[in-house]
Write a protein of this length. Structure first.
Length: 165
């Protein structure tokens, strides 16, 4: 999970996906346009560290998404969930950095597909970035299939996006 915050999604993944053997949580806990308060970031780091201190499946990696992605070989992970910086530039960079790391048949996914923040007439939405990389029809089709096939008991699927690689 890239952009772990307080670890709520990570905890849900561990509970709902029993076959996870290793879960990497990636975050630098520094301020960014989405999270401008360092005190909040510090509290999130404390919370996630406490939450997973006795969980051997979890490996917390404290660095930027792009730096951590370099530590993984291509086609070495099954699933990547992106929920870090939501600017157009950063989500685009995250997708392009992590996509080669996913095994064939694996999945790339993320949160806040409907997130939009058009400050200063800049394109800053997750939707714009994912659509520009994968194509609007592709992402929307997968979201529709996903919503029809799963109940709303686990993740906040209304705003998640996902694609098989």
């Amino acid at each position: 999970e890239v952009g772990t915050s307080s670890g709520v999604n990570a905890k849900t993944m561990l509970e709902q996906c029993q076959n996870i053997s290793k879960l990497y949580l990636v975050a630098n806990y520094l301020t960014c346009p989405d999270f401008e308060d360092q005190e909040v970031q510090d509290k999130c780091l404390e919370e996630v560290t406490s939450k997973f201190k006795n969980e051997p499946k979890v490996n917390l990696m404290l660095d930027s998404s792009l730096e951590v992605s370099k530590k993984f070989n291509n086609e070495s992970v099954d699933f990547v969930y992106l929920d870090a910086n939501h600017t157009y530039k950063c989500i685009s960079e995250d997708i392009l950095a992590w996509l080669p790391k996913i095994k064939k048949g694996g999945m790339i996914s993320g949160h806040d597909y409907d997130y939009e923040d058009h400050k200063d007439n800049k394109r800053l939405s997750v939707k714009d970035a994912t659509d520009d990389i994968f194509g609007h029809d592709v992402v929307e089709k997968h979201i529709d299939i996903y919503l029809q096939s799963i109940t709303k008991t686990s993740f906040n699927i209304d705003s998640d996006w996902w694609l098989f690689v």
